[in-house]
Design a protein around this ligand. Structure first.
Ligand SMILES: NC(=O)c1ccc[n+]([C@@H]2O[C@H](COP(=O)([O-])OP(=O)(O)OC[C@H]3O[C@@H](n4cnc5c(N)ncnc54)[C@H](OP(=O)(O)O)[C@@H]3O)[C@@H](O)[C@H]2O)c1
Length: 428
């Protein structure tokens, strides 16, 4: 075999960037793969669209199924996105003994375990580095480099759009709405920003990260999710005064009794490495038993970074194919119990509007005490009608905090419990 023929499903942002990368880096990719890699056929939806790639028109088809069946295709790269028809196309390719490389987080998050099994049964690679955090190489470190360690927690900023919005809010005192509008103008956010802002995109990535980090079957629907639409300028300013930054975090954590996988905004100390991740950048902070703390940082999206991850996987798949090596498998995934958010623990930040009168503090402290939530710090901001109390607790169970909030709402001198945010990364 002196060349490997690749069938590419999709030629949009990511697919076209991969075609250009393979063209521009042809010499080094050939040297590293041991054979030339040629994009032989490309399936798209609309054949009439202009494409910024140097490929003859006759390589394009709008019949993706025929590309997968084509006996002249050795490897399939999927960059079309969505669950259907990508799921069936990838399954068919794997069953036909063709290695598959994909960037499709939605599909891997929803149907990863089923596809890993098909790949293992067929003895071919299914590689998906590009599906989580674009240019950050995370799957291979988790799956291979750290395979000998026990991972306790992975905590990441895995959505560039929300990180961009939170950065603008904190550095330029913008409102959420203005920062979102700017993200949309710059093309970071979709016209319908729901998937990013409500944490759906991050939840897919969290499910994939947890699956690989813990070798467990993690359903994306079991990932607890809160977005950033409720974060106010007040929260961001208050966090800064206390020495914290607000970030949308994807957290996959092994705790007593099970695994917790969740996406929510949180305050992290400004000295934590994740706090310095600005704009649309992503980073993933890993805590392993033997390795300790490790952080991977980079561009989590964009054609070039994502194509880089795809090309690395493609070279691996080609090398295995040429050498006849059995594809890398994920191993047997196990069922683990998933903890409800109420069973998890963290520190909490609370902001309350209160009556500025004697005895308020004692009444509030008493409520915290009744529910076993210990106060780490408290400060008063404003006076009279503007009096507000800001609390940071020690680690407490989420269920205890919820019960505390319910009781606080019944205290006469508490006018309103404003924001409540989890505080992570400050345990020491
Ligand atoms: N964009 C990023 O920064 C990024 C980062 C990481 C991962 N990803 C993942 O990469 C994948 C692709 O993203 P993208 O941004 O490149 O999307 P995109 O620009 O919308 O491109 C999708 C491509 O797939 C083609 N396509 C869609 N449905 C098809 C079908 N049924 N048959 C044949 N072709 C079909 C489209 O054809 P037409 O061009 O004819 O419409 C288009 O070329 C997604 O899974 C995404 O989650 C993207």
């Amino acid at each position: 075999m002196n060349r490997v023929r690749v069938g590419l499903l999709g030629c949009g942002n990511v697919g076209a960037a991969l075609v250009r990368l393979i063209d521009e880096h042809a010499d080094l990719i050939t040297a590293r793969a041991g054979v030339a890699i040629e994009i032989t056929r490309v399936a798209v939806r609309d054949l009439s669209k202009p494409r910024d790639v140097k490929l003859p028109a006759d390589r394009f088809t709008d019949d993706a199924a025929s590309l997968v069946r084509d006996t002249d295709i050795d490897v399939v790269v999927e960059t079309m996105g969505g669950v259907d028809p990508a799921r069936a196309l990838i399954t068919d390719a794997l069953r036909a003994g063709k290695p598959v490389v994909t960037a499709n987080k939605e599909l891997v998050a929803r149907h990863g375990p089923e596809l890993f099994t098909t790949a293992a049964e067929s003895g071919v690679d299914l590689l998906f580095e590009a599906s989580v955090a674009g240019g950050i190489q995370l799957m291979r470190p988790l799956r291979e480099s750290l395979a000998g360690d026990r991972i306790h927690r992975v905590m990441g900023i895995v959505n560039g759009t929300t990180n961009f919005i939170l950065t603008r809010m904190s550095e330029d005192q913008m409102s959420f709405a203005d920062a979102l509008a700017e993200a949309q103008q710059l093309g970071y956010a979709e016209p319908d920003p729901t998937a990013d802002v409500e944490g759906e995109d991050a939840a897919s990535k969290a499910a994939i990260i947890a699956t690989i980090a813990f070798g467990a079957r993690i359903a994306v629907d079991a990932v607890y999710r809160e977005g950033i639409a409720g974060i106010t300028e007040d929260d961001i300013n208050s966090a800064a005064i206390l020495g914290y930054a607000v970030k949308l975090l994807a957290v996959a954590e092994e705790l007593d009794g099970g695994i917790s996988v969740r996406v929510h905004p949180a305050m992290i100390p400004v000295h934590h490495p994740l706090a310095s991740v600005r704009d649309a950048f992503n980073a993933v902070f890993i805590e392993g038993e033997a390795v300790g703390e490790l952080m991977l940082y980079g561009r989590g999206a964009g054609g070039g970074p994502t194509a880089t991850a795809l090309s690395g996987d493609l070279i691996d798949a080609v090398k295995n194919l040429v050498s006849g090596a059995k594809g890398a498998t994920i191993g047997d995934l196990v069922d683990r119990s998933m903890l409800e958010i109420s069973e998890t623990e963290s520190q909490f930040y609370l902001l309350m509007e209160v009556a500025d009168q004697p005895g308020v503090l004692a009444a509030i402290a008493n409520v915290f005490g009744q529910h076993g939530v210990s106060i780490k710090s408290m400060e008063q901001r404003g006076m009279g009608d503007d009096a507000r109390l800001v609390f940071v607790t020690h680690r407490a169970r989420e269920s205890a905090l919820s019960a505390t909030l319910d009781s606080l709402r019944n205290v006469d001198s508490v006018h309103r419990v404003g924001s409540v945010l989890r505080v992570l990364g400050d345990e020491n």
